[in-house]
Design a protein around this ligand. Structure first.
Ligand code: DNO
Length: 399
């Protein structure tokens, strides 16, 4: 398996040398400054690639191996007036990165909001901080800040009362913070940052789009892009919904094994793949991650390895240490390594550690929540150690 690391570009507080020191040598990044729906040019891709790959003599060679993400604009997801133009731009971006030799692209199909959390600096018992999704804070935002019409129906009476109490106790600064956290797009998000009025308008555009329609739009998107990807030798990896359930009454369709199976059945093209994100999928107790890793083995072209832990209400969760969440990470690694052994050297599975805790010196530093250096370094080191042991056990078994 290939060790990769997400880098947000020249403004990232984590430097390329920091990444070298983590032990990763493949870079996951995107042209985050290009607005959604605008085609990336080959020149812009080359410029970013040169920054990553042209290092001082003697330095570990880094390689931009994975694009995460080329954003799929909302008009594609809901079949708006500009859907066709946006798909054209998406294909042009894919062609630009393929021309530069980058052959793996991650994307998602979550409507209106990409990954969602309510707390970005939730203090753990050891003083480090973690990302967290609190179901009740989310409900407070949904019903009493966004004031989404019909939101009440999604919550029980007890939940409504609890969410109201949470909202009533919020200071104006806390209201601003939760708006920032939920609506303003987290690092790497592929959806547009929204003010509350813009959020309401965006939701209205989705009236009448249920899961079946959204899935159909994804299938139609893939029917257009996969023939080009196949020709270019590009693998597309659909990132799961995070969290894997509908939010704001919007459908989500990459939340379970059945969702992915339906997609692969509809569009069997070899380029149609999955980004196995154990943290996102692991939020649902119905997802058996080691089984999914086996079921979709040859479609896994990228893995995000992290672990979430569900809280007592079963709906809230926080980011745990990489080996200590609800997912059986060792069993997932066993399945991935089994697939990895079947693959030629050039097609080994790339993975990145994800959503580390903010800890040690990073506590005073700021920077992208979930993407500070030391927490991810810890995650990667734990994963690397586990992989090394599993490989040793397998080698002994084979002898
Ligand atoms: C969050 C990330 C997401 C992911 C996109 C993939 O940390 O996993 O932003 O990159 O959803 O398109």
């Amino acid at each position: 398996m290939r060790q990769a690391w997400r880098w947000f570009g020249p403004d990232d507080m984590v430097s390329l040398d920091d990444i070298r020191q983590s032990g990763a040598s493949e870079i996951v990044t995107a042209l985050h400054h290009v607005p959604n729906g605008v085609a990336w040019t080959y020149e812009a891709v080359r410029e970013r690639q040169a920054l990553i790959e042209e290092s001082a003599p003697g330095r570990t060679q880094l390689r931009w191996a994975i694009v995460e993400s080329i954003p799929v604009p909302d008009d594609v997801k809901r079949h708006g007036a500009r859907a066709k133009a946006s798909i054209g731009a998406w294909i042009a971006s894919m062609e630009a990165v393929a021309k530069a030799g980058i052959r793996t692209i991650c994307y998602n199909f979550m409507p209106v909001v990409d990954w969602t959390r309510t707390h970005l600096e939730w203090e753990l018992s050891n003083g480090a901080t973690a990302l967290r999704f609190s179901h009740m804070h989310f409900a407070a935002f949904d019903m009493f800040i966004l004031e989404r019409p019909g939101a009440d129906a999604d919550y029980s009476e007890r939940e409504r009362a609890e969410a109201k109490a949470i909202h009533d106790a919020m200071t104006p600064a806390e209201v601003d913070r939760i708006i920032m956290t939920i609506a303003s797009a987290l690092p790497g998000s592929t959806t547009d940052p929204l003010s509350i009025p813009a959020f309401r308008e965006r939701l209205k555009l989705y009236a009448g789009i249920d899961a079946a329609k959204l899935r159909q739009h994804l299938i139609e998107f893939l029917q257009v892009v996969t023939p080009v990807a196949d020709k270019l030798g590009v693998k597309l990896t659909l990132h799961p919904d995070d969290p894997p359930r509908p939010l704001f009454g919007l459908p989500r369709i990459a939340s379970s094994a059945a969702d992915y199976q339906a997609l692969f059945d509809s569009v069997p093209a070899p380029s149609n793949g999955i980004c196995l994100c154990t943290g996102s999928l692991g939020v649902s107790p119905d997802n058996d991650l080691p089984a999914m890793a086996r079921q979709f083995a040859d479609r896994i072209h990228f893995a995000h390895l992290r672990a979430t832990k569900r809280e007592a209400d079963g709906r809230s969760f926080f980011e745990a240490d990489h080996l200590d969440g609800d997912v059986d990470m060792i069993a997932v690694l066993e399945a991935l390594l089994e697939e990895d052994r079947r693959r030629p050297e050039t097609e080994k599975i790339p993975f990145r550690p994800d959503h580390g805790h903010r800890m040690l010196d990073d506590l005073d530093k700021g920077g992208n929540p979930g993407y500070s250096a030391i927490g991810r370094l810890k995650g990667l080191a734990e994963l690397r150690g586990a992989i090394r042991v599993l490989e040793r056990i397998e080698a002994a078994r084979a002898n």
